[in-house]
Design a protein around this ligand. Structure first.
Ligand SMILES: [Zn+2]
Ligand SMILES: [Zn+2]
Length: 183
């Protein structure tokens, strides 16, 4: 499958392109995340002469650590990627400036390296506070037991046995779990 968007090969009007990257091809790295699955980029291009409107979705599965129970879980990532490309004379050969929504591509070469944009989209698509599920019960703040899979004697006395634990306990629970692990 393609890794580079060949703009010169795009027909006038609407067309669809698909790209598949291995995580190592995108050099994906983020603390607390594991990238093992291929990253799919499905792109709809609408070409009008030298201008191309590109609208697509980046999808993949990422292993993330839940902020409540600290377990790793699989997250279905989906992030929009939209930009305009313009074929220009004398545009720089290598386009790494993806900050802008308009990308200038040399008209003679007509190719666009989309990997940096896909890399950024994957990292943007990762939530700041990953949760394995909306109603993750988290850890017992006293003994660190994972309350999704077990119960312990502290829960009733703390009144923490409802489905939405007080978020203020989460950091303490995480600390306790660390302490338990290292001792
Ligand atoms: Zn969880
Ligand atoms: Zn407990």
């Amino acid at each position: 499958m393609e890794k580079i968007l060949e703009i010169n090969a795009l027909p006038e009007g609407q067309s669809v392109r698909k790209f598949l990257f291995k995580p190592e091809e995108l050099e994906l790295k983020l603390f607390g995340a594991e990238f093992n699955e291929p990253v799919l980029f499905e792109l709809t291009c609408i070409r009008t002469g030298f201008e191309i409107t590109c609208m697509g979705w980046v999808t993949t599965k990422v292993r993330l650590q839940c902020v409540r129970c600290l377990e790793m879980f699989e997250y279905e990532l989906k992030e929009a990627v939209n930009f305009m490309a313009r074929l220009s004379l004398g545009a720089p050969e290598q386009v790494d400036l993806w900050d802008e929504d308009m990308v200038h591509v040399d008209r003679h070469k007509g190719v666009l390296n989309i990997a940096p944009r896909i890399h950024d989209a994957v990292l943007l698509g990762i939530p700041n506070y990953p949760l394995c599920s909306e109603d993750c019960k988290g850890l017992c703040p006293v003994c660190g037991a994972n309350l999704n899979v077990t119960t312990c004697e502290h829960i009733d006395s703390l009144g923490q046995n409802d489905k939405s634990p007080d978020p203020r306990w989460e950091k303490l629970a995480a600390l306790l779990k660390k302490t338990n692990k290292s001792s």
